[in-house]
Design a binder for this molecule. Structure first.
Ligand SMILES: [Zn+2]
Length: 109
């Protein structure tokens, strides 16, 4: 079974989120102006709490499908540059997948 992982990149670091839920679009826009999150439905955006730590709710910016039997190869540019809602099966566990669009990692490489 596919395992979906949710991440937020608004702090510049990939933070894994648990059990996302929908926050009304207006509230989302007021809390995080300019952040392009992932839609929950036509009226709300996906948000969730970090899996560790005590910080508050964060916007989901990536939704990664992690394969149930991942090959666990080393992360590479293909992973970093992957889609923010794509599949990952490398060691990062989805953490780096699509992160390239949020960081300067690709440019630096
Ligand atoms: Zn990866």
């Amino acid at each position: 079974m596919a395992n979906i992982k949710y991440f937020s990149d608004v702090t510049g670091e990939a933070v894994q989120l648990k059990a996302p839920y929908g926050m009304p679009n207006e509230e989302f826009a007021a809390r995080w102006p300019g952040i392009k999150g992932l839609r929950y439905d036509g009226y709300s955006m996906r948000v969730g709490y970090p899996t560790s730590g005590t910080s508050g709710v964060m916007p989901v910016t990536r939704m990664i499908e992690y394969k149930s039997q991942p090959s666990l190869h080393e992360c590479n540019a293909k992973c970093l540059d992957g889609k923010h809602n794509g599949k990952c099966e490398c060691r990062c566990g989805g953490k780096n997948h699509g992160f390239g669009m949020f960081s300067g990692l690709l440019k630096a490489a």
